[in-house]
Design a protein around this ligand. Structure first.
Ligand code: FAD
Length: 412
């Protein structure tokens, strides 16, 4: 079976490797360098977290939307000018979390993809000779006090229901384990099974190199057209193939439309800043409850990534969003409060999370053709969930039954 995989981000890379294992001949296509800055897989928070089962949309979210339109410094913002275009997606997004039952179901569907993500990445990295890029020190959620932790009881209940284990640390333990944290944090929940990647861009690049070493072909170019017969046009040429996998993150929506599948997916733009040589290494990644950003020591520096900005697809980055990350970084780690504002030490990045309105990815055969498959829309969890996604995708391609909750038919 000849398979073309469109997109060499983390999802396309894992899909290619799983397909090679199943005996397929694989061609990977990407418009940019694998793991390059154009990909969401490049600059994410690097968390490989079984605890990321909490959907973005939870009951009562719609009441907060006016605040998001007005608050310029919170973790979530909506550009007013983009609101009309976003309204249908927002409507579906808020409805997806309108009841506790729906939220619990979404958490279960996410957990299936995430439960053993750290172990899957450990094995994958070992196989590809990239062990040095995966670290297993758990993941820490930091709060001012226990009351702030308890205020997020829904999130922790969903985690417990899905088998996530954590240790609760009081102020003294927190201080002892993570001395770099500011005194304003007095309580921590440490998810011991969590892991992180030390350089997601290099990891994706390494996985693609490994796929090439295993016999995959890589073509650089943009897929500009695809039709229901499976004719795929790249660099002005139609490529023949037996199967196609569309795994190009936020770029997937356009290609699916050509096939008659209009997926309710928008980009939730996120930002990161990386502080080079911060002078310390965090013993494990941290998510402070006030900034809602992943703080992760990577081999390029201390990375702060977060923010959700709903805006037009083509709108220019709003670097004020990364200034918010800078201010949080300065107040979370006193030791770097002077370094974070030094432009020579800091880089910025904006990326697009491919977010489907119901909070779940699309891992599915297309409706147009039994030869065309989808693997995209992983929102906030694509790095962690890519290996399991690849396994489900390849099972589908071999006519094995998988789960209806990720199929494209759910929108029709
Ligand atoms: C700020 C931020 C923090 C995040 N933190 C985490 C985290 O801690 N943990 C986690 O698990 N996830 C996290 N995520 C989410 C995660 O990064 C994404 O879900 C994941 O990277 C999506 O991977 P992908 O392969 O689907 O898409 P991408 O990585 O975007 O790759 C898609 C590729 O397809 C290519 N492409 C697009 N269109 C075409 C076309 N027409 N022709 C050819 N090539 C094309 C692009 O060039 C790109 O290389 C975060 C995201 C952001 C933005």
């Amino acid at each position: 079976m000849n398979v073309i995989v469109v997109g060499a981000g983390i999802v396309g890379a894992c899909a290619a490797l799983e397909l090679l294992k199943s005996g397929a001949r694989v061609t990977l296509i990407d418009a940019g360098p694998p793991g390059g800055e154009q990909a969401a897989s490049h600059g994410n928070g690097a968390w490989l977290s079984p605890a990321s089962v909490v959907p973005m949309s939870t009951p009562g979210l719609w009441k907060k939307v006016p605040g998001y339109l007005l608050d310029k410094s919170g973790p979530l913002t909506i550009r007013l000018s983009s609101l009309p275009g976003l309204a249908p997606w927002l409507w579906r997004f808020t409805r997806a979390g309108s009841t506790l039952e729906k939220v619990e179901q979404t958490a279960r569907s996410l957990s299936r993809l995430l439960r053993d993500a750290p172990e899957r990445h450990r094995q994958l990295a070992k196989e590809a000779g990239l062990e040095h890029l995966i670290s297993h020190n758990g993941l820490l959620y930091a709060y001012p006090d226990k009351a702030a932790f308890e205020a997020e009881s829904l999130a922790w209940r969903l985690r417990r229901l899905n088998g996530v284990r954590w240790q609760e640390w009081g102020a003294a333990t927190l201080r002892h384990k993570v001395p770099q944290l500011a005194d304003k944090y007095g309580f921590g929940a440490w998810v011991e099974d969590g892991a992180h990647c030390l350089n997601p861009g290099a990891y994706v690049r390494g996985l693609v190199d490994y796929a090439i070493a295993q016999g995959a072909n890589f073509i650089s170019g943009t897929v500009s057209h695809i039709d229901k017969q499976g004719n795929l046009t790249i660099n002005g040429q139609v490529l023949p193939t037996d199967r196609i996998v569309i795994a190009c993150g936020i770029g997937s929506g356009e290609l699916c439309k050509m096939l008659g599948d209009d997926i309710p997916m928008r980009s939730e733009r996120g930002y990161n800043i990386v502080i080079k040589e911060p002078g310390f290494e965090l013993p494990m990644p941290v998510m402070p409850s006030d900034g809602k950003m992943a703080n992760t020591s990577t081999n390029e520096g201390l990375r702060f990534s977060g923010q959700v900005e709903l805006a037009d697809e083509a709108a220019a980055p709003n670097w004020q969003r990364s200034d918010i990350l800078l201010r949080h970084a300065a107040s979370t780690y006193p030791a770097i409060k002077d370094k974070v504002f030094d432009p020579a030490r800091m880089t910025r990045w904006m990326g697009k999370r491919p977010s489907v309105a119901d909070g779940l990815p699309v891992i599915s055969q297309s409706r147009a053709s039994p030869r065309i498959f989808y693997a995209f829309g992983h929102g906030h969890i694509g790095l962690a969930s890519a290996p399991k996604t690849a396994e489900l995708l390849v099972a589908l391609m071999h006519n094995k039954a998988t789960y209806a909750d990720y199929r494209v038919e759910r929108f029709y």
